[in-house]
Design a protein around this ligand. Structure first.
Ligand code: MLT
Length: 248
């Protein structure tokens, strides 16, 4: 199995995505928020690159069916129901609803991943659940691209370290893996930080920015390994929770 890690959505052309299984990671905070929303009963999450597209799409739903969510510069977008704090995606806020979601980096990478064979959303909160899907007999033959979504289309420490967690999990699965250089580097990051995630979040620029913006409590939610055994899968423009039957 070939495993490529991409730092940021830069290399995500249709040719790179075609026929491959893709995992999009934006630990702080979009991919964590998607997992939490689906765990708390959201019917689906629809990612958008631009806020006005999400607002326009909301008009095609009954108001009670839909939640507009997203951030710019970490803050809730004016007029939206929720921002991008995973703590906002409570059962009370999202149960049974479609979440129209736009963030600075995470949803941009998701939109760019369309056209892949399968697209999953990964974070620390769902590592083991997603790894068991990626290593299932049905998928073990597919080449994998792990997109560490990053910040402002650049490298970010927490997404790269989380990508390394997935790569190490695949290596532990025992199959022969062919890693690109970025994937090798993420393995080193997971070795450095994997047992002391609090240190990694101290070092990570985006974590420090969240603390300054008053969202420091989000970091513990995003660092809670395997807190939500949910596998979000993105197909036909909708992110939904994979059923047990689909995971095999
Ligand atoms: C993103 O998509 O860049 C992030 O989720 C930003 C944030 O932390 O709100």
């Amino acid at each position: 199995m070939k495993v490529d890690v991409l730092f940021g959505p830069g290399g995500m052309g249709p040719a790179e995505m075609h026929g491959r299984v893709v995992v999009v990671i934006d630990v702080l905070r979009a991919s964590t928020s998607i997992v939490v929303a689906l765990a708390n009963g959201a019917r689906n999450v629809v990612p958008f690159e631009h806020a006005d597209e999400a607002a326009e799409r909301a008009k095609s739903y009954e108001r009670r069916e839909v939640v507009l969510a997203g951030e710019r510069r970490m803050q809730r977008i004016p007029g939206f129901d929720l921002g991008n704090s995973p703590r906002e995606f409570t059962r009370e806020a999202v149960d049974g609803k479609s979440i129209l979601f736009t963030t600075s980096n995470g949803t941009v990478a998701l939109v760019a991943a369309q056209g892949a064979e399968e697209v999953f959303v990964g974070a620390y909160v769902n590592v083991s659940a997603l790894l068991s899907v990626l290593t299932s007999p049905a998928r073990a033959r597919n080449d994998l691209v792990i997109v560490a979504a990053g910040k402002d289309r650049q490298f970010s420490l927490e997404d790269a370290a989380c990508a390394g967690r997935f790569v190490r999990g695949l290596m532990d699965g025992g199959g022969a893996l062919e890693l690109n250089d970025a994937a090798c580097a993420t393995v080193m990051l997971d070795k450095r930080y994997g047992r002391t995630l609090h240190r990694m979040f101290k070092d990570a620029e985006h974590a420090r920015a969240l603390v300054s913006a008053g969202y420091g409590d989000d970091i513990a939610v995003c660092a809670a390994i395997d807190a939500y055994p949910v596998v979000p899968v993105y197909a036909d423009r909708l992110i939904t929770r994979m059923s047990a039957a689909q995971t095999r």
